[in-house]
Design a protein around this ligand. Sequence first.
Ligand code: PLP
Length: 238
Amino acid sequence: MTADLTTLAGRLAAVRAGIDAACHAAGRDPAEVTLLPVSKTFGADVVAEAAGLGLRRFGENKVQEIQAKATELASLGLDWVVIGHLQTNKAKVVAALASEVQSLDRLDLAVALDKALQAQGRGIDVLVQLKTSAEDSKTGLPPGELLGFLDQLKAFHSLRVRGLMTIAEHSDDEAVVRANFRALYQCRNSAQDAGHPLVRLSMGMSGDYALAIAEGSTEVRIGSSIFGARNYKTDSVS
Ligand SMILES: *Cc1c(COP(=O)(O)O)cnc(C)c1O
């Protein structure tokens, strides 16, 4: 199959084919792996086009961008998923607009989110972001603190803890990347053994999703392979 990579529909088809191929190579059922399109830095017009192709959930790493796109595209009823480092003072906006947070990495954020969600009378799914790589720039909870954090999260009834998220080290060495993904998988199993019913593993991006799928990913977050190269003029996150 050859997809036309000059169109959004073609790139989406190519990514879906790539996910299927990675699943088959790993002996996994493609139905086990969800695609989260990451629309950060792209405008509402692009998201609307993607929605026209059947995509309903979009990953974003800046709350201001969610605010702008959710306002402009309110009539489409899309789900916004926070995947970037979240400041505690953004909890109210997130509670109002996001369907899910994958970057929960500390207690004060859980406190603020739960409080804001209680005020809105709603709950959201959350994933705990773990720092599985040695890179300084990556945020996330240290894996050794996961079980204690999961126990603390039980007090927050608006936060439905569904699994874990990580960003692997940016490396050409596949063994390094795979080790980061394997660490997340093992953390989830340890959590399950400790009685926490975590299922989801959000891991894998445009450059490394096949490795993530081989290591057990249940959700890949794909930006540039679907939407194209990003313009980082207004985006300081690497
Ligand atoms: C930007 C981003 C992605 C998508 O990255 P691509 O390499 O463009 O696929 C995935 N996860 C997080 C947390 C991101 O910030």
